[in-house]
Design a protein around this ligand. Structure first.
Ligand SMILES: [Zn+2]
Length: 366
């Protein structure tokens, strides 16, 4: 017996995120039909989010000391917090027993699900072992994960090629820390291995300085993360090379590296998706990123919504393309437009982007 479900409401429809009133018919997890019909129920049917950059391994440490404490500057510097191999995060990851780490990641996966995310891309530390741990956590989840692994051998010692090969058998791609954190020879080797395996190569670049941008671009990466310090010229080059960027606005604020030139990226027609970055620094809640992008960066609401949904799906090449259309896999959330928070909104997209919260969600189908 096929499983069929019909949902009525205001539908955020198609790749242009157009709002229509009507109903959708879902059969066996596929959007079979979408029909227009007057509807004033207040129900909003929206595509779920894609969180395009996370490090969920550090779910074991969520409240590092930040900023000014009793007049002393404590941890806020990026290198002290998250940079390998000696940043706080890496010391904690090395100390955490396997089971505890898997359990912490399971909670973050559940949280992503509850807050309307259907897919995410994780930069997983700890080489193959780290990937196996995330896969173990994913056994209890329906989320679509893209796992970008990295080698533990950052010295280029004997065995690095074997390690990269094994890693790429387990991972969906490589996710490197940054071109200043590793010898270029190793990065070039890693790039070659990813090409051979036919899997994407992603790298952080220009997060706290632009000194690693040229080196990163010389590797012709498939995805760049951050580019906070990129100049117009850098972005022109990125646009010419057709490389998408994943930005992490909340992460950039908490690490004190500033505002990424996201408007310029969009003006240059670069594909831009959004990630919540380290769970150590931010919750996995994509509503928070949307509010920031709308109110601090001044990006148009519809564009923000698309960056947090279909743009991530496009960049990651997901099976479910991140928008509601006949024939697509149904990854949708039902939002209560009559909640105390949302009641009275006129445009569902502006309402969700500027003030939507996880507690406005009635149900998530992923
Ligand atoms: Zn990152």
């Amino acid at each position: 017996m096929p499983c069929e479900q019909t949902i009525h409401g205001k539908i955020i429809y198609g790749p242009e995120a157009e709002v229509i009133e009507g109903y959708i018919v879902i059969e066996d997890g596929i959007i079979k039909e979408v029909h227009e019909k007057k509807n004033d129920s207040g129900i909003i049917i929206a595509p779920c989010f894609v969180n395009a950059h996370t490090h969920i391994g550090d779910s074991v440490c969520k409240d590092p000391v930040l900023g000014n404490v009793h007049g002393h500057f404590v941890q806020r510097d990026l290198s002290q917090l998250v940079q390998p191999p000696h940043g706080l995060k890496h010391r904690i990851l090395n100390m955490t027993p396997h089971r505890k780490m898997v359990e912490a990641m399971e909670k973050s996966l559940q949280d992503m699900n509850n807050t309307g995310t259907y897919a995410f891309a994780d930069f997983r530390e700890g080489s193959t072992k780290g990937i196996v741990a995330l896969k173990e956590a994913l056994e209890s989840s329906d989320l679509d994960a893209r796992i970008f692994g990295r080698p533990a051998n950052d010295t280029g010692k004997k065995g690095i090629s074997e390690e990269l090969e094994t890693l790429l058998n387990y991972a969906d791609g490589l996710g490197m820390s940054g071109a200043n954190d590793m010898d270029m020879e190793i990065l070039e080797n890693a790039r070659q291995h990813s090409l051979k395996a036919g899997k994407p190569f992603a790298i952080h670049a220009g997060e706290h300085s632009r000194s690693d941008i040229e080196k990163a671009l010389s590797l012709d990466p498939d995805i760049l993360i951050h580019m906070t310090q990129a100049t117009q010229q850098d972005l022109k080059e990125v646009a010419d090379m057709g490389i998408p960027i994943v930005v992490c606005p909340r992460s950039n604020f908490i690490t004190g590296v500033g505002m990424a030139p996201i408007v310029d990226m969009l003006d240059q027609e670069i594909k831009v998706a959004v990630g919540t970055d380290n769970v150590m620094l931010n919750s996995v809640n994509m509503f928070s990123e949307m509010e920031l992008l709308s109110k601090i960066f001044g990006i148009e609401d519809r564009q923000v919504f698309m960056m947090c949904t279909l743009m991530g799906a496009t960049i990651l090449g997901l099976d479910a393309p991140g928008y509601i259309l006949e024939g697509n896999i149904a990854k949708i959330m039902i939002i209560n437009g009559n909640s105390n928070n949302l009641t009275g909104i006129r445009d569902p997209i502006s309402g969700i982007v500027r003030r939507g919260r996880p507690d406005d969600i009635l149900s998530v189908m992923i």
